[in-house]
Design a protein around this ligand. Sequence first.
Ligand code: NAD
Length: 227
Amino acid sequence: MKKIVVLTGAGISAESGLKTFRDSDGLWEGYDIEEVATPEAWSRNPALVQEFYNMRRKSVLEAEPNAAHYALAELEKNYDVTVITQNIDDLHERGGSTRVLHLHGIITRSQSSINPNLTYPINGWELKMGEKCELGSQLRAHVVWFGEPVPMIEEAARVCRQADIFILVGSSLAVYPAAGLVHYVPYEVPKYIIDPKIPYISSSDFIRIEAKATGGVPPLVTELLND
Ligand code: NAD
């Protein structure tokens, strides 16, 4: 079976009602990321950071996968598919994709604030101050903050190196190291990019599909399934 690697960003979940950064002028739901998505923010004001991710978790639980998430799951009928997502929502899984690598974590789980390898499922939307891991430290959202290492990046690079077909959906390619993954995909591999505003990309060999995810992904999936 041919291997398809799909790299997704916030854009694929935009039509499920989850806002991207770019659409909000570099702010995330009205917050400067420095205030809510860095280790410094957590040291300064953990309650604010907790509250911010509780609100994000609430929105994620209320959102539904859209036609693009569902279409990518359909690809598994004929291909060995790995979705690498920068998103912290679980819409790929709920859309039916079975192999999803979350580069930046997943908001439906919590994480020990002293050992990132200790993660737990969260029941519902709220993670409270005072809820602790087995080592006795406060639980935080299982997400990678700006300035933290991205433990899954090497695995993601390995997957990209093995791609036979590569699809990029809804990412501004502004956040590193995720944006650098496109450079691990071998030169001769067919590469597609789907975005209503195609971001700057140094490789010229991408087939550019200027469309929203729900308009661009399903037809491409149909074409690939008919190949
Ligand atoms: P980004 O916000 O920087 O860029 C979004 C991209 O999506 C842009 O290129 C934009 O043109 C495109 N886009 C907008 N609407 C679209 C649509 N309907 N269909 C397809 N594309 C569309 O997002 P990024 O590159 O993923 O980087 C931002 C970081 O923000 C990521 O690390 C991610 O963890 C985090 N984030 C995640 C979520 C989520 O989990 N849903 C939401 C916001 C931000």
